[in-house]
Design a protein around this ligand. Structure first.
Ligand SMILES: [Zn+2]
Length: 115
């Protein structure tokens, strides 16, 4: 995950040093900050994102019921609709991995989908 994020950051930074970046990460990604920070420092060391502050916004799991259109929000994947109990659910949010923005020379630039 760290390598994919770095790739997106580098593409956005275009060689400019990155001071900070903001990620939107779904709960299903099970992001471990310590592990991610270590991995990111490892792959990003010496590059444009070396020492960049990483801000993570966690996104809850959201499922839409194909039967009644009810949206169920939870911390983890659920298999039944919170309203009608149907099992025909569509994942709306939860596996997100989005680079929301990067900060370059004090300016915030828009990000992109990492995957
Ligand atoms: Zn339903």
């Amino acid at each position: 995950m760290a390598a994919a994020v770095l790739e997106a950051v580098e593409a956005r930074a275009a060689g400019r040093p990155v001071q900070a970046l903001r990620l939107r990460v779904g709960a299903l990604q099970r992001l471990d900050r310590d592990v991610f920070d270590q991995a990111f420092a490892l792959v990003g060391g010496g590059g444009v994102a070396d020492g960049a502050h990483v801000d993570v916004v966690e996104v809850a799991v959201e499922l839409r019921c194909r039967d009644c259109d009810h949206h169920t929000v939870a911390d983890e994947l659920v298999t039944a609709c919170g309203s009608c109990g149907a099992h025909d659910l569509e994942l709306v949010h939860g596996d997100d991995l989005v680079l929301e923005s990067i900060t370059v020379a004090g300016l915030v630039a828009g990000g992109q989908e990492v995957r």
